[in-house]
Design a protein around this ligand. Structure first.
Ligand code: AP5
Ligand code: ZN
Length: 217
C-alpha cells in the first residue's frame, strides 16, 4: 500500500505511522525525522533545514522533494510506504504525483487525522523525543516512559524538540492551515481521502485508522 498521512502538528502522525507501518509491513517515511537525523549528523542539509524548522516554516521544496524521492527509491520502499509529513503543500503533492506516475504507481489512500487545536497544543507541550531516534516519541502524561527522561525502546535520553516552543507551535499551526490543508482538497478531487478522529487513546486511533484503510480498499 502507498499511503499519505496528513494532519496538524501534534495530531499523532508519527505515533500512528510507527504502528501502522508495522502492521501493514511498509516503511514509515517521515520527512521531519529525516531532517532531524541530518541535524544530529550536522550535515549541510541538516544546517539548512534547522533554520527553517526552528522558525516553524517549511523547508524549501527543492531540497525536501529531492530528499523524499531519494528515500522512496530505497529498496525497502518498492512494495509500498507510509508517508508522514510529506507532501506538505500542493506543489509537493504535484511532485509526488509526477514521481509515482513515472514509475507507474499510484497512491492508495490519504489518511487525514483530525484533532482539535487545544488538544494538539497539549500534546506538543508534553511531547518528549529520543535523542537516538526521533521516531521514539512519548508524552509526559498521556504516554509516559517507564523511567522519566529515558527512552523505553533504546535507553536514549528524552528531550523536548527545539520547534516545540509555544511561539513556533503557533507558527507551525498557521503554516498547516495555509499551506498543508489545501492538499486535502487536492486529494479529495482524486477520491483518496479518508478522515478519522485522532482523539482518544492511541490504540483506539490505530484501530480506527486500520478500519478506515480496509474500508477504503
Ligand atoms: P514534522 O516532524 O513532520 O512535525 P509536524 O507535522 O509538525 O508533526 P509533529 O511531529 O509535531 O506531530 P505528530 O502529528 O507526528 O504527533 P506525534 O505522534 O509526535 O515536521 C517538523 C518540521 O520539519 C516542519 O515544521 C518543517 O519545518 C519541516 N518539514 C517536515 N516535512 C516537511 C516537508 N514535507 N516540507 C517542508 N518542510 C518539512 O504526537 C504528539 C504528542 O502527542 C506525542 O507526545 C505523543 O506521545 C502524543 N500522542 C499521540 N497520540 C496521542 C493520543 N491518541 N492520545 C494522547 N497523546 C497522544
Ligand atoms: Zn529511543
Amino acid at each position: 500500500m502507498r499511503i499519505v498521512l496528513v494532519g496538524p502538528p501534534g495530531a499523532g502522525k508519527g505515533t500512528q505511522a510507527t504502528r501502522l507501518a508495522e502492521t501493514l509491513h511498509i516503511p514509515h517515511i517521515s520527512t521531519g525525522d529525516l531532517f532531524r537525523a541530518n541535524i544530529s549528523r550536522q550535515t549541510e542539509l541538516g544546517k539548512l533545514a534547522k533554520s527553517y524548522m526552528d522558525a516553524g516554516n517549511l523547508v524549501p521544496d527543492e531540497v525536501t522533494i529531492a530528499m523524499a524521492k531519494d528515500r522512496m527509491e530505497q529498496p525497502d520502499a518498492e512494495g509500498g510506504f507510509l508517508l508522514d509529513g510529506f507532501p506538505r503543500n500542493v506543489s509537493q503533492a504535484g511532485a509526488l504525483d509526477e514521481l509515482l506516475e513515472n514509475e507507474d504507481m499510484k497512491l492508495d489512500a490519504v489518511l487525514d487525522l483530525e484533532a482539535p487545536e487545544d488538544e494538539v497544543v497539549k500534546r506538543i507541550a508534553g511531547r518528549r523525543v529520543c535523542r537516538n531516534n526521533s521516531a521514539h516519541v512519548f508524552h509526559v502524561t498521556y504516554t509516559p516512559p517507564k523511567k522519566e527522561g529515558v527512552c523505553d525502546v533504546c535507553g536514549g535520553e528524552l528531550y523536548q524538540r527545539d520547534d516545540d516552543s509555544e511561539e513556533t507551535v503557533r507558527k507551525r499551526l498557521e503554516v498547516y492551515h495555509t499551506q498543508t490543508e489545501p492538499i486535502i482538497d487536492y486529494y479529495k478531487a482524486q477520491g483518496l481521502v479518508v478522515t478519522i478522529s485522532a482523539t482518544g487513546p492511541v490504540d483506539e486511533v490505530t484501530g480506527r485508522a486500520l478500519e478506515a484503510l480496509k474500508r477504503d480498499k
